[in-house]
Design a binder for this molecule. Sequence first.
Ligand SMILES: *Cc1c(COP(=O)(O)O)cnc(C)c1O
Length: 400
Amino acid sequence: MDFSQVKKIQDSRGFDIFSRNQICLERGEGCKLFDTEGRQYIDFMGGIAVNCLGYGNAKLAEAIESQCRKLMHCSNLFYEEQQARLLKILTEGTGFARAFLCNSGAEANEAAIKLARKYYHEKGQAKYKFVTALNSFHGRTLTTATATGQEKYSKPYAPLTPGFSHVPFNDIEALEKALTADVCAVILETIQGEGGVIPAAEDYLKAARKLTEERDILLIIDEVQTGVMRCGKLFSFELYGIMPDIATLAKGLGGGFPIGAMLAVEKVAKAFKKGDHGSTFGGNPLACAAANAVLEQVNSAEFGREVERKGDFLKELLNGLSKYPFVGKPRGAGLLVGLPLSLEIDGKKVAEKMLGEGFIINCAGSNTLRFAPPLIISEGEISEMAAALDKVLSQFSKTE
Ligand SMILES: *Cc1c(COP(=O)(O)O)cnc(C)c1O
């Protein structure tokens, strides 16, 4: 099929829910993607913070290949070594006692929400409400869309799951007011990724942890975008010096293979008993083999420092672009970085022009350029991208 045939089918026969770039991708190598017309792109989106090892990673490909010949799937009614290995990595030295494996971020958050309710149900307490942040993103299932603090994701699907309220992010007083006796958990991101790469203030997360502890409320940190070394640590909450009761992972965990995880401390994890929750595909040997191959390569302090160093370099170069009056200060942690633009400049158009220059970035939240490249991106590639962005932005300052 050529591009026009692919486009015609995807546009007319898939649900019309994605705004796609007018490019048909064929393959990738390292941090480069190649389209069917033979053009190449350096990828600063990483499949939306997913392809942490870039494309064609040999160890990841070998792990998937050998596991799929051996045993692709078996039910959770049996024991299996790849799952055991992954559970060990996710719980050893992390503070979490147990992990539930699933297939996506939304599923991981669903599991977290169910576990929090079950925990207080077991204790015989009438606590079932959740407080989450405005501008947050937690997934697309009905309940995680309800948890998401952006009405566009939930409003048309009413009636929504009862028991959710939203408070302004980074406003500790608003959070405190919302923490009534019937609240079972607060769900927060450390950096609102889809919301436009907006970091939680350190005081805010620390105070949120303290308040929830004092009031016997669970703290759930959604690490779906920020986790798996994206911010230089396995969990970005480590940067804040806090420990939640539950955390969720997905995106980067399988390096492109779909897998998610919900992790909990022992006292909370115990609330799920046999038959309480489950998943047919969750934790299957192939997905676990992929995640193990990813974690073997990224889960070290040394790799984390490298991510932080490259993130700082990216921010430093982006900082130089604030010479344009419509460009704000870069923000974020590790290799999850946002560059806010003022509203007179259309960030989507900037991303489009960058594509023309051979760089993939996207626009998140209210007009913020988001950079979430593979964690193996090089300083050379970062410099090239920043130079191209400088060129693109200079055209905007002339024409708009
Ligand atoms: C992407 C994302 C999700 C949803 O993950 P899916 O795999 O798309 O279900 C949930 N939370 C956060 C913070 C995310 O960035």
